[in-house]
Write a protein that binds this ligand. Structure first.
Ligand SMILES: C[S@@+](CC[C@H](N)C(=O)[O-])C[C@H]1O[C@@H](n2cnc3c(N)ncnc32)[C@H](O)[C@@H]1O
Length: 216
């Protein structure tokens, strides 16, 4: 059946892609993860998931974890959701919208086990820097949603941005700085954590990796 152009953007990819308005309509306040995913497994959030490589791969590799990708660009988010729909993924979803709204309005305190932020947009122009995802407000948001003992991972190829991220995280007494994973040469074209990691490593860029734990 051909869909009419007036149908909502999310219809054919539900439940794998929904907008934040869809989520807010279903829950009066914060989302109950056990109700949403149908189990009480840990929840990992992939902030700015792009085309969803990490959301898809991590949900395949960790069937006992629930993955939620957040992506402000619906086209990108729907791309990842198509892959989830194809495999009828039971443990991964993508929400279209701004992570600030997600963390402030939809995610309950102490309810997330891991927050992943891979290759966040650097917003080079000074006047655009306020759009950057990784700010001191973001760190406070992550502290609120993470369970004590939860992890925050962030990777980027932008050295100057990683200095900002590390300064925020390493000086924050609520977190301990952990050793990031050792990453060897890619064994094949899929052996990258995210699409941007593949693109940047193939271009010869150095990748900066950080991992922190919220001290219980
Ligand atoms: C450079 S891409 C990286 C995508 C993916 N993480 C990867 O490593 O391949 C950054 C992504 O973050 C998304 N993004 C930027 N600001 C956002 C926000 N406030 N909320 C959700 N997503 C955001 C962008 O639309 C873009 O898809």
């Amino acid at each position: 059946m051909t869909r009419s152009m007036s149908q909502p953007i999310t219809v054919d990819l539900q439940p794998w892609f929904v907008t934040l308005d869809d989520v807010a309509e279903r829950y009066d306040g914060f989302v109950d993860w056990a109700d949403y995913f149908g189990n009480a497994n840990p929840v990992w959030i992939d902030v700015g998931c792009g085309r969803g490589k990490f959301t898809v791969d991590a949900s395949d590799a960790n069937p006992d974890v629930n993955l939620l990708g957040i992506e402000i660009d619906y086209r990108e988010g729907r791309h990842g959701a198509k892959r989830l729909a194809k495999r009828e993924s039971p443990n991964a979803r993508i929400w279209g919208g701004d992570v600030a709204r997600v963390f402030d309005k939809l995610v309950a305190a102490d309810s997330v086990d891991e927050v992943h932020v891979y290759f966040p947009d650097p917003w080079w122009k000074r006047k655009h820097r306020r759009r950057r995802v990784f700010t001191d407000e973001f760190v406070d948001r992550a502290v609120r949603v993470l369970r004590p003992g939860g992890f925050l991972h962030s990777w980027t190829d932008v050295g100057e941005y990683f200095e900002v991220i590390s300064a925020l995280m390493n000086h924050d007494r609520r977190f301990e700085n952990l050793a990031p994973p050792e990453v060897g040469p890619a064994e094949n074209d899929l052996d990258y954590r995210t699409s941007f990691e593949r693109k940047k490593r193939k271009a010869g860029c150095e990748i900066h990796r950080g991992k922190w734990r919220l001290i219980p």
